[in-house]
Design a protein around this ligand. Structure first.
Ligand SMILES: [Zn+2]
Length: 397
């Protein structure tokens, strides 16, 4: 067992945040009033949708121990070594991009007010420590393992400004969300909820898709060995052909009301934007879930992948590049699973000796085609309640 302080339990929580302390960058009370005054007189920069997700996660501690957007030293350390300059594991840079014009306009300013949209009120002040040139090609090949701009994560990097502003953040307000407010728990709130429920071990499940039987099975396998399950759907920016958030949320609600034990499972929103960085993003996802209080994290096949940029098991193998105990959170690797009519149950290649002919597995393309035609996939593949929600959503579109 590791005796590293960063993984030792504190204050009754099952797992310490990454780096040991849960960051909270929200400024309140009188300090907030004077910060708001100051912000109104500072140069202003509008933060794009993806970086706004990062800002929210910096503010609420999901990206602990970061206290702001990263500087050049950490940026290159993360790209080259998957660690911060100080030595703590970190897989994807968290930066605030600036266009050439914005960089020029900021000049030598030592602070900038950040806006969630054009004409909006400032939500944060960044105390600028440096402005540096972003090495986009190096970032693409390090984080995404490709510099192909057909990759959505690479494209987002290339589309962003060429400079980055680094520094610590003082946050006036979290970005506002009109939808699913009851599901938007901060890391402090999920931790409090885990304590309230008496969960000492919690497995986190990342998803950007509706949940069919295969993923339900994986979650429940994990739940057999821990106290609680946090289904933690990513609800920041995704590709336009991914299933929209409101449809996904209805699917999760249907599953939770029909098939999950209420005292052992909960759903909450992960506000991150999707990078599609495969293995590197699996690390990043795991570290964030550690900050939310999860002790375990499920890594399936092709986690956070897109197209054929990553090998099927790359996202599981990359965790072996860290020393035991270095990340703190325990990953649980899973195979793809399916209903086997000979086993008469859900199974995987790890547990089922039968051949393809007894296994009910459908390609994503086939499932989409069935749903478009108003046809439910077999109940061994998808819960009928989930299928009906997806069929209705397809027909609305
Ligand atoms: Zn079988």
């Amino acid at each position: 067992m590791s005796t590293d302080l960063s993984t030792a339990p504190r204050g009754g929580d099952p797992i310490a945040p990454h780096g040991g302390e849960l960051v909270n960058l929200l400024v309140e009370g009188d300090a907030a009033a004077s910060l708001r005054d100051e912000a109104s007189n500072l140069p202003k920069v509008v933060v794009n949708e993806r970086e706004l997700s990062d800002l929210e996660m910096l503010a609420n501690g999901a990206l602990s121990p970061l206290r702001g957007f990263q500087g050049e030293r950490d940026y290159h350390a993360v790209l080259e070594t998957m660690h911060l300059a100080g030595g703590l594991p970190w897989a994807i840079p968290v930066v605030l991009s600036l266009t050439d014009d914005e960089a020029k306009r900021l000049g030598g300013a030592d602070a900038v007010a950040l806006l969630p949209g054009e004409g909006a009120d400032p939500i944060a002040v960044l105390r600028i420590t440096e402005i540096f040139k972003r090495d986009k090609r190096k970032e693409a090949t390090s984080v995404y393992r490709t510099d192909d701009d057909a990759h959505p994560g690479v494209k987002a990097v290339y589309d962003a400004g060429d400079f980055c502003a680094a520094g610590t953040l003082e946050v006036l307000a979290l970005p506002t969300h009109e939808d699913f407010r009851q599901y938007r728990l901060t890391p402090a709130e999920t931790r409090a909820e885990f304590r309230r429920r008496g969960w000492r071990t919690v497995v986190g499940f990342q998803t950007r898709n509706p949940i069919h039987r295969a993923h339900e099975y994986i979650q429940k396998c994990a739940l057999e060995i821990v106290d609680g399950l946090l289904v933690h759907p990513l609800m920041g920016a995704t590709k336009s052909d991914d299933v929209p958030p409101d449809v996904r949320m209805r699917c999760y609600e249907a599953l939770f009301s029909g098939y999950y034990p209420k005292d052992r499972a909960m759903v909450s929103i992960f506000p991150a934007a999707m990078r599609y960085a495969g293995p590197r993003e699996a690390i990043w996802h795991a570290i964030a879930r550690k900050n939310y209080g999860c002790t375990h994290f499920i890594v399936g096949r092709d986690h956070a992948g897109v197209g054929d940029y990553y090998g099927t098991y790359d996202a599981q193998k990359i965790f072996e590049e860290f020393e035991p105990g270095e990340l703190g959170i325990q990953t649980l690797n899973f195979e793809h699973s399916f209903w086997c009519s000979a086993c008469e149950g859900m199974a995987s290649p790890k547990t089922c000796p039968h051949g393809e002919e007894t296994r009910i597995s459908l390609s994503g393309t086939k499932v989409r085609e069935m749903l478009r035609n108003g046809e439910r996939p077999p109940m061994e593949f998808s819960r009928p309640e989930v299928a009906d929600i997806l069929i209705a959503a397809m027909q609305e579109r």
